[in-house]
Design a protein around this ligand. Structure first.
Ligand code: HDE
Length: 719
């Protein structure tokens, strides 16, 4: 295992070096300047001041074979080692503390020169390097990946004209409309102040108290109670810029714009029970999934789209287009997909890359601008500020943050400054005309001359005060299973609120959305006093693109899906090998799960001469939650599996989580018994029988099993 890890790390470094040599990826070349390879055999431990150390285990002390005396303060090597360790931590992000990231490439497929002059959105010959960091919002750095939460989708594009950051989420709207409310919404969602409970959960009194008291949060909380908040993988969720930005073209015309990323693999989620269990069984589930896919060459891809509204149409909509609690329905503002984002390289080191990456919504490039979206304007202040406290004033000099284009100005000094500026002046203008500002034709950023007139007031415009239409629109647009999941999620969350004021009022709020939903949740959580009538009629409208069912991939695929093949001594090798080969050919990831991790022998294989198979894991070491699908070949091993409670649990749990299950030969009856499948529901074609995502065949039928995995998501909809 250690050697495999070593090979994979060395391969990664090699890849980075190759791309530097070819100068294909400007950011990889840039990072290589600061990258050292610990696996170089010429390396020896040195102190930070460069002196080779002969012993890093024993503090210099007064000691002999007979007696150990006191340690000596004079030992500079020991002192340095301890000092460095004592100061290893930096403050975690105040929100989005837990994350995972990867490098990638942005390709423009169609120029948007009609609306913007930005090179990254007009030059189709470019490949722009980027770093994308996914995150959960509320949990601490050490919390679990699969909790119910919004996911961050933060992108830094290292363009030729400077860094362009899109700091987005996997949900297109936000809880609040004005940045000044941000500390409140986050305080309410984070662990409660008196006992720091609960970790990484919105299922508590304060969160829901806030939701009730802020009607503007209604639309967003409906999204967080949907399956979007428990994604199967970072690779299977959309990314949204959320805020309204602007684009400016060469003619000086301005358009409002929203940015959207849609995954090639489709949008898929876990089921809630799976998410809950995974949080304990494999808290790193999502970050491992991302690394695994990239290491296997199955690079995640997203289509990049823009929704554009010309400036003169700003007031043509029933909602305010600057209100981040509203989506721009696709029927009214179609998405124009113009580019493609691919993640293709894992990080070399977590801290210096994923932890030290620092995004700013205010980082835009010529051709892209802000709008008066009051959430965005506050964000533009907040992100730079938070980097100062997290990383210090020179945070943009850190390798992961520095642009690939020249940086030159009269900013100076500060802690940890390391660029050395040669010259006698550090101000502008100066008698040498050294480092002047750039003219427009030299690529200088020119602000849009927006006309603004008004009075100063702490208020929002009238359209910002409507808070329910789109909450209804979202709920109406969901499929029946998605709606059922929303009701179940709300019932879970409000069950965790023990203050009746909180859960009763929240159930009343649901009357603003849908009477059926309100009734169902109220009954579950014991809100018995709420009125049995809608507070607001549901307008009944739907929009496309809100249900995740609208994002099934064009071609169903099982690529990167993790399939457990369960075997014990005496398994049928024909079925095992056939299915494994078929899965591998389809780019799925088969894992052999044995009754033990010691070598397992197939039926008819002689232990003294046979090679056997060495399982990747054993049944107790893993759980079905960590896989998308389970296959059991026939053979005498089934008798052993029948007596193994954990094997039974594997199959039952996978069935309960609506996963594709395959079985052949003797394993067919085992699977049927385990799932207690009603025979009448089986449809059969020839020897192959399928029902509810369970495929069985008395003979080996690897291809139909493959189909079943593709359908696994479909099977989820039956619940
Ligand atoms: Fe953030 N947000 N945010 N946020 N946010 C931060 O910046 C903030 C908002 C988002 O992977 C912080 O570097 C304010 C919306 C992501 O490093 C902080 C407001 C959206 C990340 C901050 C918002 C986001 C952050 C904490 C209300 C979706 C993680 C650490 C106006 C479009 C970035 C940091 C990463 C991080 C402030 C609202 C997304 C404190 C004031 C809306 C993905 O600056």
């Amino acid at each position: 295992m250690a050697s495999e890890i070593l090979t994979s790390i060395t391969d990664r470094t090699k890849k980075a070096v190759e791309s530097v040599a070819g100068e294909k990826d400007a950011k990889a070349a840039d990072l290589a300047r600061d990258t050292k390879d610990v696996h170089d055999p010429k390396n020896r431990i040195t102190s930070d001041w460069g002196v080779r150390e002969s012993n890093t285990d024993d503090w210099l002390k007064v000691a002999s074979e007979e007696k150990t005396g006191p340690e000596l303060l004079e030992d500079p090597f020991a002192r340095e080692k301890i000092h460095r360790f004592d100061h290893e931590r930096i403050p975690e992000r105040v929100v989005h503390a837990r994350g995972a990231g990867a490098f990638g490439t942005f390709r423009l497929l169609e120029s948007a020169a009609d609306v913007t002059s930005a090179g990254v959105l007009t030059d189709t010959s470019r490949e722009t390097p980027l770093f994308l960091r996914f995150s959960t919002v509320l949990g601490s750095r050490g919390s679990a990946d699969t909790v119910r939460d919004v996911r961050g989708f933060a992108l830094k594009m290292y363009t030729k004209e400077g860094n362009w950051d899109i700091v987005g989420n996997n949900i297109p709207v936000f809880f609040i409309q004005d940045a000044m409310k941000f500390p409140d919404v986050i305080h309410a969602g984070k662990p409660e102040p008196h006992n720091e409970v609960p970790q990484a959960q919105t299922a508590h009194n304060n969160f829901w108290d806030f939701q009730f008291l802020h009607t503007e949060a209604t639309h967003m909380f409906m999204w967080t109670q949907s399956d979007r908040a428990i994604p199967r993988s970072y690779r299977m969720m959309q990314g949204f810029g959320v805020n309204t930005y602007t684009l400016q073209n060469d003619k000086g015309e301005r358009h409002f714009v929203k940015f959207i990323f849609t995954p090639e693999l489709g949008v898929h989620s876990l089921v809630w029970d799976e998410a809950l269990k995974l949080a304990g069984q494999d808290p790193d589930f999502h970050r491992k999934d991302l690394m695994e896919a990239i290491d296997n060459g199955a690079y995640p891809k997203w289509r990049f789209g823009i929704q554009v509204i010309p400036e003169h149409r700003e007031d043509d909509f029933e909602f305010d287009i600057l209100d981040a609690t509203k989506v721009w329905p696709e029927e009214e503002v179609p998405i124009r997909y113009i580019g493609e984002l691919e993640l293709n390289r894992n990080v070399d080191e977590y801290f210096t890359q994923t932890e030290q990456i620092a995004y700013c919504t205010s980082h835009i490039v010529p051709g892209i601008g802000f709008s008066d979206d009051p959430l965005l304007q506050g964000r533009n202040f907040s992100y730079f500020d938070t980097q100062l406290s997290r990383l210090g004033v020179n945070w943009q000099e850190l390798p992961i943050n520095r642009p690939v284009c020249p940086v030159m100005n009269h900013n100076r000094d500060g802690a940890m400054r390391h660029t050395i500026m040669k010259g006698t002046v550090n101000y502008w203008p100066n008698r040498f005309s050294a480092v002047p500002p750039a003219k427009k034709e030299e690529g200088g950023y020119v602000d849009y001359p927006e006309k603004v007139a008004g009075i100063k007031a702490r208020m929002r415009s009238k359209k910002f005060r409507e808070h329910y239409n789109q909450a209804q629109l979202f709920y109406n647009s969901l499929s029946a299973p998605e709606k059922a999941h929303v009701a179940a999620a709300l019932s879970f969350e409000l069950d965790h609120c023990d203050d009746p004021v909180v859960y009763e009022r929240m159930c009343e709020r649901l009357l603003d959305i849908d009477i059926g939903l309100a009734r169902e949740v109220a009954e579950k959580v014991g809100a018995e006093n709420i009125p049995d009538m809608p507070k607001r009629q549901n307008h009944g409208k739907k929009a496309k693109g809100l249900s995740q069912m609208d994002y099934m991939p064009k071609e169903p695929t099982i690529a990167t899906r993790r399939v457990a093949i369960i075997v014990g001594d005496g398994y049928d090798p024909v079925a095992y090998n056939g299915v494994k080969a078929a899965l591998t050919a389809a780019q799925a990831l088969p894992f052999t799960i044995g009754t033990k991790r010691s070598t397992i022998y197939a039926a008819g294989e002689d232990k003294s001469t046979g090679k056997g198979v060495k399982p990747d894991h054993h049944l107790e070491g893993m759980r079905s939650t960590m896989f998308d699908s389970v296959f059991i070949p026939g053979g005498a091993h089934v008798e052993t599996l029948r007596k193994n409670g954990r094997a039974l649990h594997w199959v039952r749990e996978a069935f309960g989580h609506l996963k594709a299950i395959g079985a052949t030969g003797e394993a067919v009856s085992f699977v049927k018994d385990a799932c207690a499948l009603p025979g009448v529901l089986f449809s059969s074609s020839g020897d192959v029988v399928e029902s509810y995502g369970v495929v069985t065949a008395s003979k080996v039928e690897p291809n139909s099993f493959k189909e079943a995995i593709k359908m696994a998501k479909g099977a989820k909809d039956f619940i």
